[in-house]
Design a protein. Structure first.
Length: 304
């Protein structure tokens, strides 16, 4: 049933439109990774980078949603990619010199091939260094189609720009690919001064994988943003006989509709692999919403 729900959700095709929200500038002069406070402004900042991946552009100046704020408008485009086989992946790598940041943004589900990728609920062993770690095969196929382009560009930028932080962002399927890309990067380089900000991310792998992500990003920015009753973070669901088949990694940032509050959720287990029962996990299946998946801080998607 969970795979049918996810397939129905992803048969909706959407695109991004700009969200004119304010941004409060902050100083980012320290070369060490400083984890900012979780504020609406900060979530909107990262959300705009995730949302920009939906725009069809070849250079930053022609990306309409990229010009919403001065901070994003000054971003320099470094690399783009778009793949069709073996699975769909699209995104860009940008450089924000004012904040001394390298941003890797993966596009979410906007194409029928993405639906096919998301429909694969079977798992594959990954990464190779963790024998008992398994991830969603469809998500892995999507990321692997862009892997060489992404990792080659990132490695070159890290060498050229010492002291710059590296952050992976994405919404929906793009969020899943962002997680995989970060884990992959940490197999090849020191996993410090890095960050991960996802919006509406599905569950990606099993408990061992979730624990591994938490371990890699200990001391770094790890934000898994969930909008109120968004259906996607509840999927895929683990099978009854395999309760740890699909588990989220840390740390949930729950943005609620009723009072517009932001809750930094606390894991319910010592290994940080159990969701906070007082956050989005408190929503029953009949409350899950497709529309909540379409709206996040800095992101607003519409059907086409």
């Amino acid at each position: 049933m969970h795979s049918i729900r996810l397939l129905v959700l992803l048969l909706f095709v959407f695109r991004a439109s700009s969200t004119p929200l304010g941004f409060t500038e902050q100083a980012y002069e320290d070369q060490q990774r400083i984890i900012p406070d979780v504020t609406t402004e900060e979530l909107e900042y990262w959300g705009r980078y995730a949302g920009a991946a939906y725009d069809d552009f070849e250079d930053w100046e022609t990306c309409a949603s990229c010009q919403i704020t001065k901070d994003l408008g000054l971003t320099k485009l470094n690399t783009t990619w778009s793949t069709a086989l073996p699975a769909f992946s699209r995104g860009f790598i940008g450089i924000n010199h004012r904040r001394r940041q390298i941003i890797v943004s993966f596009r979410g589900t906007t194409h029928v091939m993405n639906v096919l990728a998301d429909a694969h609920v079977e798992q594959a062993q990954w990464p190779p260094v963790k024998n008992e770690s398994y991830v969603h095969l469809g998500f892995l196929m999507a990321y692997m189609s862009a892997r060489q382009t992404v990792q080659t560009a990132v490695q070159a930028l890290i060498l050229d720009m010492p002291g710059y932080s590296l952050t992976f962002v994405g919404h929906s399927l793009g969020a899943a690919q962002a997680v995989l890309a970060l884990v992959d990067y940490c197999q090849q380089a020191e996993c410090n001064n890095v960050g991960l900000v996802t919006f509406g991310a599905p569950r990606i792998g099993n408990r061992v994988f979730a624990q591994y992500v938490n371990l890699l990003l200990r001391g770094n920015m790890l934000w898994r943003v969930v909008h109120d009753s968004d259906i996607v973070p509840h999927l895929p669901q683990s099978l009854l006989l395999f309760p740890s088949q699909y588990v989220h990694s840390d740390r949930e940032i729950w943005v609620k509709d009723n009072d517009r509050s932001i809750t930094v959720c606390e894991p319910s287990s010592e290994d940080h692999a159990e969701e906070d029962a007082l956050c989005s996990a408190s929503k029953h299946a009949w409350q899950w919403s497709i529309r909540d998946h379409m709206v996040y801080p800095g992101i607003r998607l519409v059907f086409i």
